[in-house]
Design a protein around this ligand. Structure first.
Ligand SMILES: [Zn+2]
Length: 1013
């Protein structure tokens, strides 16, 4: 509290702890892009030598200029606030697979991650440590340097904005949509005249897909304009619309997501209340006016039911989706960083809730009332300020912690049990016979070698490399030798590290050795005949090497872990003969095979080691077991099956690059607090939980979402406010300890109609989806599918029962807010997680992927986006808005054999080539002229023609939205790839007995009728 500074004033000079790294890369972004040609490195199997990062021979005329790609969206050259800009990956040049995601130059980052202004409340610019108790709740460890603004991450568009699924919420116009049936929004107003059962729905009338340009545009059914900027979403007067004769209606009239190309401007709070957020899948720009951005925290309902009974009656999920480090939109303001000096942030002394805009100051500001527990605490003397006539502090608008829903506090010593950990990366590479022969080893080495340039610079960044087959091999990275010195650990039942030092080294000192080693590894093992993998032993050994500091362990694995500690068996063989039984009992193969893995994972988490596993395989590897380690340590699994040395190296590289360059933190602890009366029931996601109140996250990044289910402890007052606060204590990659606080305050209600109006459909659905995914390994599949349908029926039934008055029985009522629930539910029942056929590992991967993804990614996973690409004509000026065309309904009716269609779900991208496609179009897009020439392994390229350029634009925009490179496959009718594509057409009936969309609506209707009677 020394130097008085106006609150809110950014510090002028970076404090002493200023990290040198930050200064350097000012131009690094563009440079990186220029130099990164490595995308194409797909080492040839024969040579086993990593090809130099040059583009492959097949590169078309357009040379790769910048890499770029997927993640979020900052297009260079566009007006981006200084704080956020550069980080974004760019649109890749044409077809070239590009890497995306580069660490932003220091200083370019949005706030918290480093670039934001640091504010010192109370005028203190001191960054001392010290003093005040704090306690994150008791589980804090480590410590950061004193507060300085670090550099850090990225800004960008949130992953997942599906341009295709936009505002359904609050769209009054629903009833004005063209076309007849659905007229009204009045519940029950449109009597059902036809009997059920006659499914004579006439698809033919609907705008069928044709190859002719323009004809493929889907009808904009419920097309209402997205909520306008700053506009409060209209309340829904008419609570529903009835669906007449679903089976008679042509497919044009069933509810579908409506694409919107415009960006919604959203203010989080207005007057005294929170504004209803735009749908999670829409494209929006948030202005934090008191409540946190819905990107960071979003509730399943925007009004809180006063009692548990009310909640039960409406059949809704009650949970928060928390994505504490979510990528902001490039046009959003950075999160302010506030430094309270040695005293640390102000907190309630009873519940430890952090100061936020909803705490009330009384008694001339000498006291404040906690909005979580109601405790009246005294305001520290130096923090007092006069109150205005409205009872608010006069300085409230100048202090981010009093006027912003999300702020980041510089953590004091109290929040550290040791110095904040350095950035430590350990790469572990499978060199068993299979890995080497399939090109996986070479691809991993090439990818690592290329991303080293993207690791945070600075003296604290460390790196280690080991390889494994049936033994584990460490390397002395320090000694100057002609050849790297290999140190073998033969005992894979009781591993150890062969050297105490020099196995993990300072990156800046040993860069050359590391690069040399990575180049040699594929050759060194080219004749390796060892087929076994001591995967678990290798991970344990690598863990021992970085245990003292903690860090990221990135593992490249190609075969089933078959020897050493926790050896697994190919148990899928027994499962294969057991598929039908799988319908009647839980599929044990979806459960981890050995609990020892969990014990190991907890040990890793306790030492702040976060594990990511890149599975590049041709066979079953038991993901259900392997996943336990990343799932407990804040990591994730990447899955390349069957691994292709032609098309996958590029994706592997891009995935790895995004993994290390996305905004992230280490050694984190997260807790959610709620106002009295509501309590956290459970946390779901990738973390380690050792005490009931907090989750430990050895690693946390912008893509990870944690679901927090809630419950009532007591009754809430009608009209009162209920607040939720997520506190994430973490260390930045540059070693600063920070506390990111997001606070959301919502009104409480006793009115069921209000509750139905305030449903956040996507969040509700994703909440159910995550719970279902959790249960799949322990519940018979058939039962699971029925359960999913019942969840949907119960919600619609509750609405019918409690929110509608006199009604005729023959109507299916789809309330506005739940209109898309049937379609989402249908998509879920046909998804990889719930369909009866399919590989065990695919399903395990799906289950585990669902557990940590964001709302937009979860929605597109069950309801993929399909667009026509044979007639792409992108009128929009580059860089302004999404260039992705409107999505088509997922119905074969919209797929013409004369057209080409792209379908993506955030993980896979399928491009279907109709059997009658014009050969000229084929040549322009893919370089071959007949469908028969369609290759099995595909790398998208850009040719010198407008159509090809447009396709590349679209693909890159999709990558950026999804923050994923996606695995692309060309599909054609004649073979399995075509069947795969067809299996994603959710609205069609399928051969496995899955109903069509209209059949499903009929089924729902009958079930609801049965419950009423
Ligand atoms: Zn309190």
């Amino acid at each position: 509290m020394t130097t008085p500074m106006p609150p809110g004033a950014p510090r002028q000079h970076p404090p002493q702890t200023h990290n040198p790294n930050l200064q350097q890369k000012s131009d690094s972004l563009p440079d990186n892009f220029q130099n990164l040609n490595l995308n194409m490195t797909s080492p040839s199997l024969t040579s086993h030598i990593r090809s130099p990062p040059t583009t492959s021979t097949s590169v078309p005329s357009q040379p790769i200029s910048r890499p770029g790609a997927p993640p979020p969206e900052i297009v260079p050259g566009h007006n981006v606030p200084p704080n956020m800009g550069s980080v974004r990956p760019f649109r890749p040049p044409g077809g070239q697979p590009l890497p995306f995601g580069t660490r932003p130059p220091p200083g370019s980052l949005p706030s918290s991650m480093g670039g934001g202004p640091i504010i010192t409340p109370g005028g203190s610019s001191a960054s001392g440590l010290g003093g005040r108790p704090s306690a994150f709740g008791g589980s804090i460890r480590n410590s950061p340097p004193a507060g300085v603004p670090p550099p850090m991450m990225v800004a960008g568009r949130p992953p997942g904005q599906a341009s295709g699924m936009v505002p359904f919420v609050g769209s009054l116009q629903l009833s004005r949509r063209p076309g007849p049936p659905m007229q009204s929004a009045l519940p029950f107003s449109a009597p059902l005249s036809a009997p059920f059962g006659t499914l004579t729905w006439a698809p033919s009338q609907v705008a069928p897909a044709t190859a002719a340009p323009d004809s493929v545009q889907p009808h904009r059914m419920f097309g209402m304009p997205p909520p306008q900027p700053n506009q409060v979403l209209p309340s829904i007067d008419q609570t529903g619309s009835s669906l007449e004769d679903a089976w008679k209606i042509n497919s044009n009239q069933v509810p579908r997501p409506t694409p919107s190309s415009s960006v919604i401007q959203y203010d989080t709070h207005q007057g005294n209340q929170a504004n209803t957020p735009p749908p999670a899948t829409s494209d929006y720009i948030v202005k934090d006016t008191g409540s946190c951005s819905p990107r960071y925290m979003r509730c399943t309902i925007h009004q809180i039911p006063c009692t548990a009974d009310l909640l039960t009656n409406c059949g809704m999920e009650f949970a928060l989706m928390v994505q504490p480090l979510a990528l902001p939109h490039p046009h959003e303001e950075p999160i302010p960083v506030v430094d309270f000096g040695e005293h640390g942030p102000i907190r309630c002394s009873r519940c430890k809730g952090y100061i936020n805009p909803f705490m009330k100051f009384t008694d001339h500001d000498r006291q404040f009332i906690c909005n979580f527990c109601g405790f009246i605490g005294s305001t520290p003397h130096e923090y007092q300020c006069n109150l205005g006539p409205d009872g608010r502090r006069r300085d409230a608008h100048e202090r981010p912690e009093l006027c912003r829903g999300t702020v980041e506090f510089v953590a004091t010593k109290e929040y550290m049990m040791r110095d904040p950990m350095p950035a430590v990366y350990f790469f572990l590479i499978d060199v068993s016979r299979n890995a080497v022969q399939t090109g996986a080893t070479a691809a991993a080495c090439a990818a690592i070698s290329q991303v080293i340039a993207d690791l945070p610079e600075g003296p604290r960044t460390k790196l280690g490399i080991a390889t494994f087959d049936s033994t584990v091999h460490f390397y002395n990275l320090k000694r100057v030798l002609q050849q790297p010195l290999m140190l073998i650990v033969p005992d894979v039942h009781n591993v150890y590290i062969p050297l105490e030092t020099d196995v993990v080294v300072q990156l800046s000192e040993c860069r050359q050795h590391i690069e040399q080693l990575l180049e040699s590894i594929p050759t060194m093992f080219q004749d390796n005949r060892t087929a076994e993998s001591a995967f678990v032993a290798a991970i344990k050994a690598a863990f021992l090497a970085i245990k003292s500091s903690g860090g990221k362990l990135l593992v490249f694995q190609s075969v089933l872990p078959s020897v050493g500690m926790v050896a697994l068996s190919a148990r899928d063989a027994e499962g294969r003969g057991n598929i039908s039984a799988g319908d009647k009992e839980p599929h044990k193969l979806l459960q981890p095979a050995d609990i020892a893995l969990k014990t190991l994972a907890i040990e890793f988490a306790e030492c702040q080691v976060c594990v990511d596993v890149f599975i590049t395989t041709q066979a079953y590897v038991d993901i259900a077991s392997i996943y336990v380690i990343p799932g407990t340590t804040g990591g994730q699994v990447y899955y390349y099956y069957p691994f292709s040395s032609i098309s996958d190296p590029v994706k592997l590289y891009n995935d790895l690059r995004w993994n290390i360059t996305r905004p992230q933190g280490f050694e984190a602890v997260m807790r959610v607090r709620c106002s009295q009366g509501i309590d956290v029931k459970e946390y779901h996601g990738n973390f380690c939980k050792r005490i009931p109140t907090d989750v430990d996250l050895p690693g946390i990044d912008s893509d990870k979402t944690i679901m927090v289910t809630l419950k009532h402890d007591e009754k809430l007052q009608d009209g009162s406010e209920c607040a939720f606060q997520c506190a994430l204590l973490y260390t930045t990659v540059y070693g600063q300890r920070r506390i990111r606080i997001s606070t959301l305050s919502l009104p409480c209600t006793r009115n069921l109609t209000n509750l139905f109006r305030s449903i956040d459909l996507e969040t509700q659905f994703v909440c159910s989806l995550k719970q279902v995914a959790n249960e799949i390994p322990y519940t018979p599949l058939l039962q699971m599918r029925e359960q999913v349908t019942h969840i949907c029926i119960n919600k619609l039934f509750a609405y019918r029962k409690f929110c509608t008055t006199a009604t005729k029985s023959g109507q299916l009522i789809l309330p506005e807010a739940l209109k898309l629930l049937p379609l989402y539910t249908l998509g879920l029942t046909k998804s990889t997680g719930l369909k009866t056929d399919g590989r065990i590992d695919d399903r395990s991967f799906w289950i585990n992927y669902v557990s940590h993804i964001s709302i937009p990614l979860a929605v597109c996973l069950v309801l993929p986006r399909m667009i026509a690409v044979h007639n792409l004509d992108l009128h929009k000026p580059e860089g302004t808005e999404s260039v992705i065309p409107q999505m088509l309904p997922l119905s074969s009716e919209y797929v013409s054999e004369e057209g080409i269609y792209l379908l993506e779900n955030g993980v896979d991208g399928l491009i279907y080539i109709g059997s009658l496609v014009d050969s000229n179009i084929l040549r322009q897009l893919f370089g071959f002229s007949s469908v028969e020439e369609t290759p099995n392994q595909f790398v998208l390229q850009q040719y010198d023609n407008p159509l090809s350029k447009n396709l590349n634009h679209v693909v890159n925009d999709i990558r950026r939205q999804r923050c994923s490179y996606l695995r692309w496959t060309l599909c054609r009718k004649e073979d399995a790839s075509g069947a795969l594509f067809i299996s994603y057409l959710v609205e069609d009936a399928n051969q496995k007995g899955g109903p069509s969309y209209s059949e499903f609506l009929v089924h729902l209707h009958r079930s609801i009728q049965a419950k009423i009677c």
